[in-house]
Unconditional design. Structure first.
Length: 304
């Protein structure tokens, strides 16, 4: 493999996917609507793939002569359908216009929330029938199904909640890390926390799974969907405690109140998520290497 095109390269996941390919000596072309400082090491294409005609997008991909295309884009709110569904349809359509012998492998980043709420104690494998209850999860599931139903031999990774460096501050943990960076000893922060346990994976481990999905030469038709997570349902209170420790603040900095968290990454209708990742481990040779504590420490340090 010599080159990878990463759509959504300016996002948190895209940033780490670019770095993971580069670490393997693979050239990266970063694609997004606007550049960001961390895309500077890579050739950059300013492109809105959701609105780009398929013929034009196909020509762009052909000109790049890439071995892999990674879709790391993500749409919330009013952008959900345009980014999560329309862009994916444009991308698969463009790839189908290319000669089969020269099509790059598509790696689509999905989400654990495509499965919908899970009963407590469930460890979900890829055979679990999805039943999402939010618009976000439904659009991501529609994209995954579209990709898997194509004749492209594409791969979908259903990724658990992510933690680690440079996490977006739009989510609960990212915003808390930034808030703790501004907090001095003696201050108190009141938090409303749900009694929830969720599967969290370091964004760098998820990026490594993307690279392995791109590099694995032969994938059976029934082995193109992979769960990517830790396989552990961690209490959110434990993550909050670990962030406070990373900030070198007293344990009583956080005053907890029971209730529901309201933020992008947790407003998905799931108080329990836990993924069976045995397929990714056996087929891709992938395993997570970052501990949750190390991931949260890195998240705090990059939020400061």
């Amino acid at each position: 493999m010599t080159k990878t095109v990463v759509l959504g390269a300016t996002g948190c996941m895209g940033r780490h996917v670019c770095a993971a390919f580069e670490a393997r000596g693979i050239d990266v072309v970063a694609v997004a609507r606007r550049p960001a400082p961390h895309t500077a090491p890579h050739p950059f294409l300013a492109l809105d793939a959701a609105d780009c005609p398929q013929e034009q997008l196909a020509q762009i991909l052909a000109d790049q002569n890439a071995d892999t295309v990674v879709n790391a884009t993500l749409g919330w709110g009013e952008e959900q359908h345009r980014i999560n569904v329309q862009l994916v349809k444009h991308l698969t359509g463009a790839l189908q216009l290319l000669p089969a012998a020269h099509r790059p492998r598509l790696v689509q980043l999905g989400t654990v929330h495509e499965y919908g709420p899970m009963p407590h104690g469930t460890v979900a494998d890829e055979h679990l029938e999805p039943a999402p209850r939010t618009d976000y999860a439904r659009t991501k599931l529609a994209a995954s199904r579209h990709v898997l139903a194509s004749d492209l031999g594409a791969v979908v990774l259903r990724v658990a909640n992510t933690v680690g460096p440079h996490l977006t501050q739009d989510g609960f943990l990212g915003s808390l890390a930034a808030r703790l960076a501004r907090t001095t000893p003696g201050e108190r922060i009141e938090l409303t926390l749900a009694d929830a346990r969720r599967d969290y994976i370091d964004v760098r481990d998820a990026a490594d799974a993307v690279v392995r999905a791109a590099l694995t030469p032969t994938l059976a038709p029934d082995q193109r969907l992979f769960n990517i997570g830790s396989g552990i349902a961690s209490p959110i209170t434990d993550l909050v405690t670990a962030l406070v420790t990373a900030a070198s603040l007293p344990p009583d900095t956080i005053v907890l109140r029971p209730g529901e968290i309201r933020s992008q990454d947790t407003a998905v209708g799931a108080d329990w998520t836990c993924l069976d990742t045995s397929r990714a481990r056996s087929v891709l040779g992938w395993t997570p290497t970052h501990t949750l504590e190390a991931s949260l420490r890195a998240m705090y340090e990059t939020a400061a």
